[in-house]
Design a protein around this ligand. Structure first.
Ligand code: SF4
Length: 113
């Protein structure tokens, strides 16, 4: 009787917890997939509006009405624009082309430029 009840309890626990366990694993895997490896940071006050970034990487950079460049889709944090990406694409070229080094790139929290 006790063994039957124990067995029933284990089966019930498996029924209840196993799906949850797999959902948690799926969520962890999803988090890994959507984790953004790169961060592009535009220190906009330093920008002199030369247009190099927009020329080499128009997918992410454009010139704004005030003569400086904007990081398309970048989140404004004070005067800085920040964009997180899974792939760096042409942003490394944009950063390397900037004559005043106001485009910075981090990969997994480590500054690359
Ligand atoms: S390359 Fe640098 S200075 Fe030139 S527009 Fe882009 S961010 Fe500004």
């Amino acid at each position: 009787m006790v063994l039957n009840r124990l067995s029933w309890s284990i089966n019930l626990a498996q029924d209840i917890y196993e799906p949850s366990f797999y959902i948690i694993i799926e969520q962890i895997e999803t988090c890994k997939v959507i984790r953004m490896a790169f961060k592009v940071i535009h220190d906009r006050p330093i920008c002199i509006g030369c247009g190099a970034c927009a020329a080499v990487c128009p997918e992410f950079w454009e010139m704004a009405g005030d003569g400086k460049s904007d990081l398309k889709g970048g989140k404004k944090i004070g005067d800085t624009q920040v964009l997180e990406l899974k792939e760096i694409k042409c942003n490394m070229e944009a950063a390397q082309s900037c004559p005043v080094n106001c485009i910075h790139i981090e990969e997994n929290g480590t500054k690359k430029i």
